[in-house]
Design a protein around this ligand. Structure first.
Ligand code: PMV
Length: 325
């Protein structure tokens, strides 16, 4: 009745922004992501059959909003196992929490993996993905290795299931990812609230939905052919489209800082000079620069020199969430 799981966050190259269905937390669009080695969430769950309470302690602090979301996932797992027991959950991140570094993705991937193990459920990654998406729309992707697609299937609306797959294992096409920290403050508006605002108020939201699948299909082709330049163009485009939707929401969701923009410009300068690197940015001011491993040292040094950059964490492609034996 106790288990520990570890999960890496992931970063989307073809982004998801907007929910198809608020209740099931299903994304309105598919996405393509990289599971990142180097950053991790470690979660331990203890179950107590004499209790009905759940409590989640995140980085040493009880967290009521994370507890409420975790409870939804744990309820599904308990129902599946036919076991009633309260859960004490202790989760720690080795990177800044809620600052646009996908801590909710690794958090909920680790939670469902540890929860299933503690309850003795023999569930495959697809079954756990269907539970993890209740906590965070991007969490299912952290259950899978390397380069991952989360499909957008119409039929999932009724079933609430999620379909993900690894399309390229970590050593099939190794990519390096520099996570550039420009601020470690938690964001003011979380992505769930932000994307709901965009759906309701951005004049660009429908265009985002209408043009998204073509980007995803083209990016899948670029990964299959290991065409870095094509993946670079498509990923930056998807990122800028997502931020255009966010910025034109009412009230505006402007996640960038001056250092974010300076990093974007440095990445473009590097690419123009022949260095294989591109950027992506989630709902926060951090920049993730994706490059080929042979230029990783150079890209890291160049970005560390940009004014306002606090730290650059070097990541590679990692494995999906696993249970510690
Ligand atoms: O996992 P959520 O529901 O908090 O949404 C994350 C959304 C982005 O990180 C901004 C984009 C993505 O596809 O990961």
């Amino acid at each position: 009745m106790q288990a520990t799981a570890i999960a890496h966050p992931n970063v989307a190259l073809i982004k998801y922004w907007g929910k198809r269905d608020r209740d099931t937390n299903l994304p309105a669009v598919g996405s393509l992501s990289l599971t990142l080695s180097g950053l991790e969430t470690r979660t331990t769950i203890w179950l107590d059959k004499d209790s009905t309470e759940d409590q989640l302690v995140l980085n040493g602090q009880p967290d009521s909003s994370a507890t409420a979301r975790a409870r939804l996932c744990l309820d599904l797992l308990r129902e599946r196992a036919g076991i009633e027991a309260g859960a004490s959950v202790e989760s720690t991140n080795n990177f800044p929490t809620a600052a646009g570094l996908a801590s909710s993705a690794s958090g909920f991937a680790a939670l469902v993996k540890a929860g299933a193990a503690a309850l003795g459920i023999d569930a495959d990654a697809d079954a756990l993905a269907g539970v993890a998406r209740i906590g965070s729309g991007s969490a299912p992707r952290s259950l899978y290795d390397g380069i991952v697609v989360l499909e957008n299937r119409e039929s999932d609306t009724a079933t609430g299931s999620v379909h993900c797959a690894t399309i390229s294992a970590p050593d099939n096409w190794p990519l390096a990812v520099m996570v550039v920290i420009t601020s470690s403050a938690a964001k003011e508006i979380g992505s769930t609230e932000g994307m709901e605002l965009s759906r309701k108020t951005s004049p660009y939201y429908q265009a985002w939905l209408d043009t998204h699948q073509a980007d995803l299909d083209a990016a899948l082709g670029a990964v299959r052919e290991q065409d870095f330049d094509a993946l670079a163009e498509l990923s930056e485009r998807s990122c800028l489209k997502m931020h255009a939707v966010a910025m034109t929401s009412q009230t505006p969701l402007f996640y960038w800082s001056a250092a974010t923009v300076a990093c974007m410009q440095r990445v473009w300068e590097l690419r123009r000079s022949g260095v294989p690197v591109f950027f992506t940015i989630d709902a926060g001011p951090q920049v993730k620069a994706v490059c080929l491993p042979e230029v990783a040292t150079q890209v890291k040094a160049e970005l560390a020199r940009v004014q306002g950059v606090q730290d650059v964490i070097e990541c590679g492609l990692g494995q999906g969430a696993w249970v510690e034996s």
